[in-house]
Structures are given as structure tokens and as C-alpha cells.
Design a protein around this ligand. Structure first.
Ligand code: ARG
Length: 460
């Protein structure tokens, strides 16, 4: 068997074979295609559409083909177009004519829909494992640096001091939402499309519920036209992956900034850094940069498939073959990024002193001074203004708050007393003792709840 040429007198042009082939990338669907075919053969036998003996021969043949793939012995032929035709042709080669019965009550349209769903189900499972592993790395870094204080920023300008652990746990939260999105996506993946045939269903007495059970799906699709042309489940994965890469890219950006000579809050392990071919002093954060860069590709894959889908009439159209490369690429990119980030984050060295020195700069306690005046009875607006003027004065004098005298303070508000000197970076952090705040007590609670979340998953 070569390409399906039943009604044609001519062979396809070589260029057409090459242009239409998906085998260069859909070969990796082979374990799913074989699992689907084994379930299908068993169902056909159970329904008396083929004999038990025929099914047995087909299943043995398919398992042999799986072995050939595993051993790298399977032969590919460009004219066989896709993985489905490769496996069917090889089956007929191996077991003879009976192999030709496998495709009874099935079309490549419902077959490929099934394969993609089986692939997506594994992809989600692997993604959840990698997400969990990365969250664990974040929590480990946070837990090992519980006392470290960094400047918190808004507009990338020094704003208020925060615990480094609080900052890292912000990413833990983002990844919790990503996890929830992937779990939710699984509900739409978990639908068994086989039995939809080419588009209208099949004219045999098949048992779709049996197929669903054999293949571990909890539902069967309810509309055959939809089932063969739906790729929403791929889009959902790609959308969730885009969110997740966006989060990783934000962290990447901070790792790049924080490991620069100007910040020097962290140092990347040598195993996660690269050198420059010309500048000997360089220790570059290429892993973080590439994650930031690859985020663009992952967004691109989502946009590409959305665009492919937008004007497709029902039901199957060959355009749908274009779902694969982008999806595979997104899954590979996300899994490898999460995996390498776990290692990178676990081995980060924190320079607590450099971070502390940065905290001392930039009048980071200005909000606390305003809060101080409010607690002494001032309204917030005038308190804000008094401290703003105090900052201008301190900048002119080139002095930090701690070097100003009480007399100088009193020029800006009579409410300032000696106890103003007890406002420190530590008191500022401790004061933010609200749920979700940066006070050590709150961060400790957040850390142990994060650890519980990871533990409840059985630890990855
Ligand atoms: N290689 C095809 C794809 O990926 C399989 C389905 C082909 N169906 C068809 N009617 N040509 O979509």
C-alpha cells in the first residue's frame, strides 16, 4: 500500500507527497495510534464485526510494530504520508490481508483526533509533574533564605522592603493558577472521539463506551462533526502554556536583572551559566534569557492555531494537520523550561548583604514615616505631603533618614518624636502583618501552606 490513490490513474507528484506528509513530525504519535488501534480491534471483535482470532492477529502485529519503533527499526516512507498509514501498511505487511480489517468502522479523521487527545492527556500529566517540581524548587530557595530582605519595587523604583521569600512565593501563586488551568484543560481532553468516523458516525454496531473504558476516557463525544474537527483542547493547553511561560519569563527577567553587577542580589551556579567567546569576565544568564525568548514562540504557536481554526467549515479539513508541530513544540518547550528552571532556582546563591545594601538606599521607609504620623493623629494626605518634603530635604542634604536629627524631622511635622528612630527596615516588614503581607509571621504561614500543597500532591 502506498498513498490512498483508489480513484486515480496517476501517482501523486513527489513534491505533493512531500508537501502533504506529516510523518516527519507525527511519528511521535505512534504509541497512541497503536493503543487506539488495539482498543478498536478488541471492540470490533467483541461486537462480532471481526472474529476474535482476527483481532488477536491484529493485536500481536501491532505490538510487534511498537517493538520496531522502540528499537528504532521501523522504516519510514515519504509516500505513506502519516503515522496512521505507516502503521496500517506495516501491519498488512506483517500479518497479511487480515490487517486490512483494522480500519473497519474508522476513519483517519476520528483516529487522529483520538491520537491527539491521548498525546494531550500525557502532556498534561507530565506538565503537572514539572510544575510541581519547579514549585518545590521555589519553596526550597525561599525556605533557605527566610531572613533575607530585598527592596520591593513598583515601576522598578525602590518602593518598600519585602522578604525575599515573599517575593519568591508570588511565583508559587502564579504556578498554582497555572496548575489549576492545566487540570481544568484535562476535563475537555478527556473525551473519546472514536466512532465519529469521517464526519457522520459509522454504519456498524460499534460500542463506543467500551472503547472509552479501554482507553481510560470518562466520556464519549456527543457530536461526530464536532469530534473530528474540534481542536479546542489543544488550544487550551497552548493557552495555559502561554500563561505559564509568561510567568516563567517574568521570573527570568528578574533573575537576569538580579544577577547583573548593578544588582548582584543573586549569583547563578556555574552549571547554569554560560561564558562569552570574547569577554573573559562574563557569566551570562543564558538559560533565563532563552526562556524569555522561547515565550514568544509559545505565544506564536497559540496564535497560529487560533488563526488556522478561525474560518474552517465543518467538519475535518486538512488544515487541521497544522495543529501538530506547534503543539509538540509548545509541550517540549514548556516541559524543558520548567525542568531546567527547577535546577537553576535550586542552585541560586543569594547575596543577602548586597540586597540589604540596596534596601538601605532610596528612602524605602518613607511610607512608614507617613504611617507613623497617621498613628500620631495626622490624616494620611498631609502626612504624605510632610514626608515628601522631608525626602526632598534629605536628598538635598545627601543624607539617609537615619542621619537626620529630631530637630530636622520636626521642621516637617511637630508630631515627630524620638521614637521615629525606631522605624527600621525590620519594623517596616513586621508591620505588614496582614494575610498575604510580607511580615515574617505571614510569610512563615505562606511557606508552610505551600509546603502542604506540595506534600498533598505526593511530592514530585
Ligand atoms: N495526517 C492527518 C492529520 O494530521 C491525518 C488525518 C488525515 N485525514 C484525511 N482525511 N486526509 O490531520
Amino acid at each position: 500500500m502506498s498513498q490512498i490513490r483508489g480513484r486515480f490513474k496517476k501517482a501523486a507528484d513527489k513534491k505533493v507527497d512531500q508537501y502533504t506528509a506529516s510523518i516527519p513530525y507525527d511519528w511521535r504519535l505512534y504509541p497512541y495510534d497503536i493503543a487506539g488501534s488495539i482498543a478498536h480491534a478488541r471492540m470490533l471483535a467483541k461486537q462480532g464485526i471481526i472474529t476474535d482470532k482476527e483481532a488477536e492477529t491484529i493485536v500481536i502485529g501491532l505490538n510487534g510494530i511498537k517493538e520496531e519503533f522502540a528499537l528504532g527499526q521501523f522504516l519510514f516512507k515519504a509516500e505513506l504520508e502519516d503515522i496512521h498509514m505507516h502503521i496500517e501498511a506495516r501491519l498488512i505487511e506483517k500479518v497479511g490481508e487480515v490487517g486490512g480489517k483494522l480500519h473497519t468502522a474508522r476513519s483517519r479523521n476520528d483516529q487522529v483526533a483520538l491520537d491527539m487527545r491521548l498525546f494531550a492527556r500525557d502532556a498534561v500529566a507530565n506538565t503537572l509533574v514539572e510544575l510541581g517540581g519547579f514549585q518545590e524548587a521555589l519553596v526550597a530557595l525561599a525556605g533557605a533564605n527566610k531572613e533575607v530582605i530585598v527592596p520591593g519595587y513598583t515601576h522598578l523604583q525602590t518602593a518598600q522592603p519585602v522578604l525575599l521569600a515573599h517575593h519568591l512565593l508570588a511565583y508559587f501563586e502564579m504556578l498554582q493558577r497555572d496548575t489549576a488551568r492545566f487540570i481544568d484543560c484535562l476535563k475537555r481532553v478527556d473525551v473519546m472521539p472514536l466512532g465519529s468516523g469521517a464526519l457522520a458516525g459509522v454504519a456498524y454496531d460499534i460500542d463506543r463506551e467500551f472503547l472509552a473504558k479501554e482507553l481510560g476516557f470518562s466520556q464519549v463525544s456527543r457530536n461526530s462533526l464536532d469530534a473530528v474537527s474540534d481542536r479546542d483542547f489543544i488550544l487550551e493547553y497552548e493557552a495555559a502554556a502561554s500563561f505559564c511561560m509568561m510567568h516563567l519569563s517574568r521570573l527570568a527577567e528578574e533573575i537576569i536583572l538580579w544577577s547583573s553587577a548593578e544588582f548582584s542580589f543573586i549569583e547563578l551556579d556555574e552549571a547554569y551559566s554560560t561564558g562569552s567567546s570574547i569577554m573573559p569576565q562574563k557569566k551570562n544568564p543564558d538559560v533565563a534569557e532563552l526562556a524569555r525568548g522561547k515565550t514568544g514562540r509559545v505565544y506564536g504557536n497559540l496564535m497560529a492555531l487560533l488563526t488556522t481554526m478561525k474560518a474552517l467549515p465543518l467538519a475535518y479539513n486538512r488544515d487541521l494537520q497544522e495543529d501538530k508541530e506547534g503543539f509538540f513544540d509548545t509541550v517540549d518547550t514548556l516541559l524543558s523550561t520548567l525542568n531546567v528552571f527547577s535546577g537553576m532556582v535550586k542552585t541560586i546563591k543569594v547575596n543577602a548583604e548586597n540586597a540589604r545594601a540596596a534596601v538601605e538606599k532610596g528612602y524605602i521607609l518613607a511610607t512608614d514615616l507617613a504611617d507613623y504620623l497617621v498613628k500620631k493623629g495626622e490624616a494620611f494626605r498631609p502626612a504624605h505631603e510632610a514626608v515628601a518634603k522631608l525626602v526632598t530635604y534629605a536628598v538635598e542634604q545627601n543624607k539617609p533618614f537615619s542621619k537626620l536629627t529630631l530637630t530636622e524631622y520636626k521642621k516637617f511635622s511637630k508630631l515627630f518624636e524620638k521614637d521615629v528612630f525606631s522605624i527600621t527596615v525590620e519594623s517596616s516588614i513586621a508591620a505588614r502583618d496582614v494575610t498575604g503581607g510580607t511580615a515574617p509571621r505571614q510569610v512563615e504561614k505562606a511557606l508552610s501552606s505551600a509546603r502542604k500543597t506540595i506534600g498533598a500532591r505526593g511530592g514530585n
